[in-house]
Design a binder for this molecule. Sequence first.
Ligand code: UN1
Length: 510
Amino acid sequence: MTDTLSTQFQAALTRCGIDLQALQGTDITVRSPIDGSQLAQLAALPAAQMPELMERATQAFKQWRLVPAPLRGELVRLWGEELRRTKADIGHIVSCEVGKIVQEGLGEVQEAVDICEFALGLSRQLYGKTMVSERPGHRIMEQYHPLGLVAVITAFNFPSAVFAWNAAIALVCGNPVIFKPSEKAPLSGLATFKALERAIARFTAQLGKQAPAGLAQIVLGRSDVAEALVDSPQIALVSATGSSRMGRTVGPKVAARFGKRILELGGNNAMVVTPAADLDMAVRAIVFSAVGTAGQRCTTLRRLIVHREVKQALLDKLLPTYRSLPIGNPLQSGTLVGPLIDKASFDAMQNSLAQALQDGGQLLTGGQRQLQQEFPKGFYVTPAIVDMPAQTAIVRHETFAPLLYMLTYEELEQAIALNNDVPQGLSSCIFSNDLREVEAFLGAAGSDCGMANVNIGPSGAEIGGAFGGEKETGGDRESGSDAWKQYMRRTTNTINFSRELPLAQGIQFG
Ligand code: UN1
């Protein structure tokens, strides 16, 4: 990083309350994907300290679960305020640490603000149902109670928002949180966490009531600390975001101890473009969703399933846009495509590209490394489109990079079958102004993904909906709608206010 940039970065860290000196160690090296320069060297928490940390959270749970939910909501309201106040700084840290363009760094923090506001409203709406009883003088109701300790393990690509999605909901639901950010982006996570710490301090000062120590804790560490969280029966819910490979390890471990889990794993998201599509809109959606965040969102568009009739017309609009995409330093205004997170990611893209070409794919644009002179240790690449003859194994595999496969179809059923014929099931969309096509895509025999959109791309979901997907994406949901229920324990209560003791199902006993 240039001196000015590094000064800016340091200043942002300071304003976010991060003292690198205090965190210094030799275990975790944080690099900026912008130029490969070292941002920090941090000490990892030894796994041996995890029991103590979990014990603190367990004690905090005993108090926090008794604080009325609307009061818990006040805490996330304050967190939202702190996030708003430091939005530009956290956004800048995200840009430096994971290479997001300025707008996307800011957008990510806005998601964190939005979920705090959602959680504040939710804190007065943790509703259970009441049910009529088959017995006279009886009533049935359900209640949602705090669940216990929630561990949040996040990936590098949404280092701020995904922690907030989980923590804001967990906290209003009455649960302490333990946050393990990605080793590739610990500082963005820490900046988001520091805002929560300030909110906790304000909460205490305002209400004269101590939010218990251990209510929110962060662990900067390696996979051994994540394993400690996954394996501990003290952790009631493990919410983990990452690859399907990671989920395949975490899922069975949590299940073996009958813990709860939320897994947000790989996506292989498609867009179906039909002859009834508005092609100009489709092009804009394709560019944002395939190229935004340099193809490193779990919701990134990876497969374009286009009707044969409109294929050429779409390409005529799409290719010139792709070829003129401003690639470069994500901190510079005007840049739309920043770097990949690291060399391994670049190599993975090159390997997938080579495999796709071997499978008979035709490279229509992109795929080359860029800006090597300026940034010898930064991995910039031109977003690629490959026209595939079929959905081969490599197309069915998630490559976390701006690599878009194009497939052609004749009948809508075939397009839907292609959409569904991948192991992952996160997001999907159709571009069509034909009601029948749209409803077929959204219906029971349509897209099998957790998210199915119409005339917008598969990425950039709002926090108000439930976020997540089926199959190898994990099957769980987080963020909005009723995802909060996973962070609570439900009890069904049958209350007898009569003077009799009738049994259900008409049973006479004695
Ligand atoms: C992720 O990539 O892990 O829908 C989350 C989106 C963002 C969240 C992505 N709101 O693209």
